[in-house]
Every structure is written in structure tokens, then in C-alpha cells.
Design a binder for this molecule. Structure first.
Ligand code: PHE
Length: 339
């Protein structure tokens, strides 16, 4: 018969690959007719002088067998080594957390969708722009104070290269590269050197629009923007245009919509005026058309531009612009399911 230390070694090395083998182990050692019973029964055949140490060894083996058995049983029950035995295919799967669109993307997509329904294509251009496309082609003369309206970030001390301050630059590229009729919107990120606050940021997003054709009038502009405002903010929305100034449009205007929060009665969002400003617009200055090699005797056009953050703030009553760039997942999650 093998010595007890041989048995101990055997038990320590026992490594079953399935529950069946473990059960055979249990029968071999722990059943009524198993090895442990046999070893305890053999006690009386042992010399009295060795009985004590024999008894200790047998007990040690028994404890080892029991702990090894329960340890291996647990391991199999957890399914770690026999996944195929344990998978319950009737259990519900774990659901994956759903991602959500950023509110700026939601609003941008909505603006694109509204304008695409009335025939506008989408144009994109570079965020690092040259002076011509961001300023000069748009009638900002050198040294003209109008350039101060848009605090520019220059790239590497080169006064010719800057981060674009508006996506009107993309429209210059479209006018240079295609022939009228033109009907396009340009969404994108723009940069201005402004102190970051609840109402201003050093980068934000715009959608600018451009339409050039024969016989385009200010009435067309107004009707297009009224359509947009109603689609974006609801059929009851009213618009008003106030005279303004931009170097690239003449005449120019700012467009207000009736306050989406109080419906025009007056509240702190509209500063009790009933109106909130959402975009700049105007008829494309004939000189801008000429700069882009479009014959201003034949063609006229209008342009408009809005900040996406501003629209999103009104649509979702967010009162601090900074929320949009902090990427706080708790804020972003609120927009899952919206589109
Ligand atoms: N480019 C102007 C801006 O960024 C907006 C605008 C676009 C105004 C087109 C008039 C016409 O502020």
C-alpha cells in the first residue's frame, strides 16, 4: 500500500478536467468504501507507538482531500473551466450602454436636414485658412477695423495663415470652384480669440448658407429664413430682421426669432424683449461675387450664418456655452434618443 505522503502528493496534483473526474475522486477517497475509511480502519493494525503519528497523518490527508474536493467543485460550479457545461442560454444577455450624439451634432444634422429639403448641398473646407478666403475675398480690406469684429488666431506669426473665424471662407471656395446657380450650406468649427465665458468661447460651430442665381431678392432670403425658423423651432415661430453690417453683404441684417422660452411675452432668456438674435444675413455684395469671378450683372445672391451652439442653447435651454465642450457624460447622456 502506498504511504500516506504518497497519497498527499497525489491529491495535491489531482487536476480533473470535468465534473465526472471530480466525482470519481470523491468516490475514491470519501465514500463509505473509499480510501479514507480504509485508512482509518487500518488504525488498529498499527503499532501503538506509531498510532498517534499515523492518526495525525491520516487526518491531514482527510482535510486535504476535503478541501481539495470543495475547492475544485466551486471552480466547476463557477463555470471557469467548463463554460460549456454551465452556460444557460435562456438567460437574458447583458445590455450594452447606448451611446448618444453630441447636442451640437444633433442640431447640426437637423439644420442640414432642413436646408437639404429645399435643395441645399453641404460644402466643407479647411479650418486653417489663408487671408484671401477668410477676409480679403469677403471685402475685408487690409487694416480695416472690420477685421477686429473677428478676433483672429494667426498660425505661426504668418499674417496670411489663420484659423478660420467663420465658414464664409468655405463659400468663397465654392464660388471660386463652381458656376451659379449655387445653393449650399457650410457647417464647421470656427475659432475666435475670445475670453471663455458662459456666452463666448474660443471655438464654436457655425452653419453658413449661400444662394446665388438670377433674380434673387431680399424677399427670397426672408422667406428662406422664415421657413428655417419654423422648421427648427416650431410653426408658431416669428422672425424679424434688423439692419446690420457685414463687409460681404449689402444690405445686411441680423435675424431675431420670437423667444422660444416665453413665446414673446418676455423672460430672462430674451431679456424681456420677446426676441432672440440667432443669425446674420444679407445680400451678397456684388464686389464679393466679382472677387470670385461671378458676373454680378447677371447674378445676385444671399448669404446667412448662424452659431450652432446658440441654436442648441435655445432648443435645449442650456444656459452656459461651456457645457458643450466639457464632454461631461452625464450631460451628453440626456441627449440619447434625441435627433
Ligand atoms: N460670417 C458671419 C459671422 O461669422 C455671419 C454671416 C454670414 C453674416 C453670412 C451675413 C451673411 O458672423
Amino acid at each position: 500500500m502506498a504511504s500516506i505522503s504518497d497519497w498527499i502528493k497525489k491529491v495535491q496534483e489531482f487536476n480533473p478536467s470535468n465534473l465526472q473526474e471530480l466525482e470519481e475522486f470523491r468516490l475514491q477517497y470519501l465514500s463509505k468504501k473509499g480510501l479514507m475509511t480504509e485508512l482509518f480502519a487500518a488504525m488498529k493494525t498499527i503499532e501503538p507507538a506509531q498510532r498517534k503519528s499515523y492518526g495525525q497523518e491520516v487526518n491531514q490527508l482527510k482535510q486535504l482531500v476535503e478541501s481539495r474536493y470543495s475547492e475544485l467543485k466551486l471552480k466547476f460550479e463557477d463555470g471557469a473551466d467548463s463554460a460549456s457545461n454551465k452556460v444557460d442560454i435562456s438567460l437574458n444577455g447583458e445590455s450594452m450602454p447606448l451611446g448618444s450624439h453630441h447636442p451640437i451634432s444633433i442640431v447640426r444634422n437637423r439644420i442640414i436636414e432642413i436646408f437639404s429639403r429645399i435643395g441645399y448641398s453641404v460644402s466643407e473646407g479647411p479650418e486653417i485658412e489663408d487671408d484671401w478666403h477668410n477676409f480679403s475675398a469677403l471685402n475685408f480690406p487690409p487694416e480695416h477695423p472690420a477685421r477686429d469684429m473677428q478676433d483672429t488666431f494667426f498660425v505661426e506669426k504668418d499674417p496670411d495663415i489663420a484659423l478660420r473665424t467663420h465658414t464664409s471662407s468655405v463659400q468663397v471656395r465654392v464660388m471660386e470652384n463652381s458656376k451659379p446657380p449655387i445653393r449650399t450650406i457650410s457647417p464647421g468649427r470656427v475659432y475666435r480669440n475670445e475670453a471663455i465665458s458662459a456666452r463666448a468661447h474660443c471655438f464654436f460651430h457655425q452653419v453658413e448658407g449661400l444662394l446665388i442665381d438670377t433674380n434673387v431678392s431680399f424677399a427670397d432670403l426672408k422667406q428662406t429664413l422664415l421657413f428655417f425658423a419654423k422648421e427648427m423651432f416650431g410653426a408658431e415661430t416669428k422672425i424679424r430682421l434688423r439692419p446690420s453690417y457685414f463687409p460681404f453683404t449689402e444690405p445686411s441684417a441680423e435675424m431675431d426669432i420670437s423667444c422660444t422660452i416665453c413665446g414673446g411675452k418676455g423672460c430672462n432668456v430674451c431679456k424681456y424683449s420677446g426676441w432672440v438674435e440667432i443669425m446674420g444675413c444679407g445680400m451678397v455684395d456684388p464686389q464679393v461675387l466679382e472677387n470670385c469671378k461671378i458676373d454680378s450683372d447677371i447674378y445676385t445672391g444671399f448669404a446667412f450664418g448662424m452659431g450652432i451652439e446658440r441654436i442648441a442653447m435655445l432648443k435645449y435651454t442650456v444656459n452656459d456655452l461651456r457645457h458643450f465642450s466639457e464632454n461631461d457624460v452625464r450631460l451628453l447622456k440626456q441627449y440619447s434618443g434625441l435627433s
